[in-house]
Design a protein around this ligand. Structure first.
Ligand code: PEP
Ligand code: MN
Length: 353
């Protein structure tokens, strides 16, 4: 991809680049009072949804183009840059006409190559920064593909927004972060700025601060956070919005670490990691030796290799132990599934000898 800097009035010189504002533009009063409160606290880019993709019909689907003059007023009165979500060529046309400075593309749209191509065609020849949210499903290629369509149409000022991935399983998150996906995106396209949307990942206020910190620790460039002057009464996504005051407090507590720094301390810590890894390999090799001995025993006693009850017990116990030690139980479960697979493999070799 051929990329250029986002060029947002120099805002990208300092991490994080902050975009904030309500999920939806509801009334002129709500938009302006939220915008002024954010601007007073130093926010320089204002977001608000004008067209809202809702799961079911009948909910509030956004003010549509009637809300655009309110965004214009925000820009005139506060000097903030303004951004909104576009999902169709008609949205693009109306947003550009209203002087929107920055566009974002939502998670449902980025999952649809036809819609992405329509948007790319509508943006041909337009020089505007565009941020692309990850598709709702955890598919990095689809996310990159969506950005490539825009890039092929000449959009060089591109950014990505990580807003988590939907999952049928229950979790504390509204959308699972699956951090390895944006991390892989960074590895694949290092010059692409990445924003985190803690509001849609978390789905609840309490998770906004820790998710912002995690995103900064991973080295993300920016944050896009939902903020509303009266969150409890928001017409959409009420549970995940924070007041401008709370947002300001959350941002003031963020610790921004310089990812480039390679200090002696870091080298020392890396040595400790090397030692831990060596010990892990030693202990794994010991575990495999014992597994082979068990294989011999099973062979001598004519037993099957796979003893399902024992396997289930191992996965459950280790998962719980891991959780007690602060390791995600899924992570521990995955590790033990892999270890068990190798043990079975080694025992098969013994039995078939
Ligand atoms: C939003 O940002 O308000 C939004 C609808 O987000 P997403 O596309 O991530 O669901
Ligand atoms: Mn929202």
């Amino acid at each position: 991809m051929e990329l250029e800097k986002l060029n947002l009035k120099g805002l990208e010189e300092k991490r994080p680049i902050v975009i904030a504002g309500p999920c939806s533009a509801e009334t002129e009063e709500q938009v302006l009072s939220t915008a002024h409160a954010l601007a007073d606290r130093g926010v320089k880019i204002f977001r608000a949804g004008i067209w809202k993709p809702r799961t079911k019909p009948g909910g509030f689907e956004g003010m549509g183009k009637d809300g655009l003059p309110w965004m214009k007023r925000v820009k005139e009165e506060t000097g903030m840059l303004i951004t909104t979500e576009v999902a169709t060529p008609a949205h693009v046309e109306q947003a550009l006409e209203a002087g929107i400075d920055l566009l974002w593309i939502g998670a449902r749209t980025s999952a649809n190559p036809f819609a992405m191509q329509d948007l790319a065609d509508a943006l041909k020849g337009v020089d505007i920064p565009v941020l692309v949210k990850n598709p709702v499903n955890p598919d990095l290629e689809l996310w990159i593909g969506a950005m490539e369509r825009l890039n092929n149409a000449g959009i060089k000022r591109l950014g990505a927004i990580h807003r988590g991935f939907s999952s049928y399983d229950k979790s504390i998150y509204r959308n699972l972060p699956q951090w390895h996906i944006p991390i892989e995106l960074r590895r694949r396209i290092p010059e692409l700025p990445i924003f985190c949307d803690p509001s849609h990942i978390g789905g609840k206020r309490e998770l906004v601060a820790p998710l912002c910190q995690q995103a900064m620790d991973i080295g993300f460039d920016g944050l896009i956070v939902e903020s509303h002057c009266n969150p409890d009464n928001a017409w959409s996504d009420a549970k995940q919005q924070v007041t401008p005051e709370i947002l300001d407090y959350i941002l003031s507590l963020l610790v921004i670490r310089n990812e480039q720094m390679t200090t002696e301390n870091l080298n020392e810590l890396r040595k400790q990691i090397d030692e831990c890894d060596n010990k892990l390999i030693e202990i794994l090799s010991k575990r495999m030796r014992v597994a082979r001995e068990i294989g011999m025993y099973k062979k001598e006693h004519n037993m099957t290799i796979l003893q399902t009850d024992r396997y289930t017990e191992i996965l459950e116990k280790r998962g719980a132990q891991g959780a007690l030690c602060g390791i995600g139980s899924d992570c521990v479960k995955n590790i033990f599934e892999t270890i068990h697979e190798e043990s079975v493999h080694q025992q098969m070799e013994i039995i078939n000898k």
